[in-house]
Design a binder for this molecule. Structure first.
Ligand code: MG
Length: 202
């Protein structure tokens, strides 16, 4: 079933998706999940499939205008995502289609807003939070600072694009992963490619 998610447009590796699925399945039995940065909905499906099986929900937060590095002219730009009316990039139609095709619409609450606005508006806490939003130092630090506060004890914090070797990728996700470990509030559960799974202990 979740092997069908492999072909969805996105940067997440299948083995990373499986880890998101398995960890969500374990911790979201009585509690919901949130993800910061959904792009075209690949990670969303892995997490939401676990929510579906647990009858919980995934709040999927994304302004749907993609990150800095995916804008026209940048390294990760994808021409398919250009809005047909010339209004820049718009991933929302792709995201919604992914959910529909995967029959996961009933288990995902799409929140089309910035991370900051969503943080202020959503009053609940979560058992699983996946950070894969903006990759600038400011955006990553902000996501960690805000969303780690909304994670329940024993809940799981997943961070994508963590590269111990600077030659493999940018520093900000690695920096917040280090910050989480140094806080003493998290224990590392799993590391799969550039995905890190931490559990909140304090
Ligand atoms: Mg990523």
């Amino acid at each position: 079933m979740i092997s069908n998610f492999k072909k969805i447009k996105g940067f997440l590796k299948h083995t990373e998706g499986v880890a998101l699925y398995e960890n969500t399945k374990e911790v979201c039995i009585h509690g919901n999940a949130a993800e910061i940065g959904s792009y075209c909905g690949k990670s969303t499906c892995y997490i939401a499939q676990a929510c579906k099986e647990n009858n919980s929900l995934l709040y999927s937060i994304d302004h749907q205008r993609v990150s800095e590095e995916q804008q026209p002219g940048e390294e990760y730009f994808d021409h398919d995502l250009l809005n047909k009316k010339g209004n820049g990039i718009d991933t929302l139609p792709f995201f919604l289609k992914t959910l529909k095709d995967s029959q996961l619409e009933d288990f995902v609450i799409p929140v089309v807003s910035s991370s900051q606005e969503a943080y202020e508006e959503l009053k609940m806490t979560f058992n699983m939070i996946f950070i894969d939003g903006g990759h600038s130092e400011e955006a990553a630090q902000n996501d960690y600072m805000l969303w780690s506060k909304k994670l329940n004890l024993e809940g799981v914090l997943a961070i994508h694009d963590v590269f111990p070797d600077p030659n493999d990728g940018g520093r900000p996700p690695y920096n917040i992963y280090q910050k989480a470990l140094e806080s003493g509030n998290f224990e590392e559960v799993e590391a799969i490619k550039s995905l890190r799974i931490l559990q909140k202990k304090n």
